[in-house]
Design a protein around this ligand. Structure first.
Ligand code: SAM
Ligand code: SF4
Length: 325
């Protein structure tokens, strides 16, 4: 293993793989209610193609993989892909980001296939509001999914809440309390106001933290399986944690360690820039492992120093459900 780093000396060791652009929810900040123009299935990478990319990435020094989407659990036989990736030399951490709707059914098979842990996106604990935010009446499915993930040992289960002003910001305290009462690991995420989310308002994490402090002091803690961009805290005696992720008010680009692979086979050096490196065509023209590695290196070299979302520079070509968040 040689270790990858970009032009700004940031070590790159994390690949987020979007396995589908399809989804069973329609979150207001991500997908239009009528859905998006889906890529034809022939353009979506096969599991074998994803494995080829992951293997080349692992040889270069990527040791963390996350499966995302769209909704990864709507793709048929996801445990088969998990099995293929979990066997791979060099991969220490294999995780999944899901909306949780199908997690009850899949937690045990995913664990058995070698998945380590899950992040579940959940923005409200109220049934009616869940319907408004996601377009579907599935809150009870998600809660059952979270329980099943714990039972299966997909730990730590992290709950990601995107906080939107006037929509769910009145539930910040309810989610924070769950870190005390139920041992949940809750992460509060600033909405990135582009695409579907352009007309919604984000809430800065400093403001979210102030709201939470009304429940008592927070102690910094080092909980960070996955070593992501969140800053973690806990209430004294609480078994769960509180995390804050601030892509907007305090961007963490200086620490960025990731690349993204879109469902249709493009490597994306930065979530918030439209630059991409195509892998699908080379893969289908039987590129050698060395050629695939070279394209990965090219994507790493193209990583910009930082995003410019706050200055209004937005990705135009893709929605979040193409890129996997
Ligand atoms: N369907 C899965 C899910 O919802 O967890 C995985 C894909 S989703 C695109 C990944 C993450 O991106 C979710 O946690 C979602 O809340 C987040 N997300 C989507 N659009 C966002 C936006 N505009 N700002 C911040 N987070 C966003
Ligand atoms: Fe689907 Fe996830 Fe986007 Fe919601 S955030 S619409 S669950 S892809």
């Amino acid at each position: 293993m040689t270790g990858l780093s970009d032009s700004f000396q940031r070590p790159i060791n994390y690949l987020r793989v979007s396995v589908t652009d399809r989804c069973n929810l329609r979150c207001i900040y991500c997908m239009p209610r009528q859905g998006i123009a889906l890529s034809p299935r022939s353009e979506i990478l096969s599991y074998e193609e994803i494995q080829t990319v992951a293997r080349a990435a692992a040889t270069l020094g990527i040791n963390k993989l996350r499966l995302t989407g769209g909704e990864p659990l709507v793709r048929a036989e996801l445990p088969r892909l998990v099995h293929m990736l979990s066997q791979m030399e060099g991969i220490d951490d294999l995780s999944l980001t899901t909306n949780g709707v199908l997690l009850k059914r899949y937690s045990a098979p995913l664990k058995q296939a070698g998945l380590k842990r899950v992040n579940v996106s959940l923005d409200t604990l109220k049934r009616e509001r869940f319907k408004q935010i996601t377009g579907r009446d599935k809150l009870s499915h998600v809660l059952a999914g979270i329980e099943a993930a714990h039972k299966a040992g997909l730990e730590p289960v992290k709950i990601n809440m995107v906080v939107m002003r006037g929509i769910n910001d009145d539930e910040v305290l309810d989610f924070a309390r769950l870190s005390k009462d139920e041992g949940w690991n809750v992460r509060f995420i600033e909405l990135m106001p582009f695409g579907q989310a352009a007309s919604l308002q984000f809430v800065p994490v400093a403001e979210i933290e102030q709201i939470i402090l009304s429940l008592g002091p927070l102690e910094p803690c080092s909980f960070s399986p996955g070593n992501g961009p969140a800053k973690y805290f806990r209430f004294s005696q609480a078994s769960g944690t509180i995390g804050f992720i601030s892509p907007l008010s305090e961007h963490f680009c200086f620490n960025c360690n990731r690349l993204r692979l879109t469902a249709d086979g493009r490597l994306r050096p930065c979530l918030l820039s439209d630059e991409e490196v195509d892998l699908r065509q080379p893969l289908r023209q039987e590129a050698s492992p060395e050629e695939v590695s070279q394209l990965i290196r090219q994507a790493v070299a193209a990583k910009p120093e930082r995003h410019h979302l706050a200055e209004g520079v937005l990705p135009k070509e893709r929605t979040m459900c193409h890129m996997g968040g």
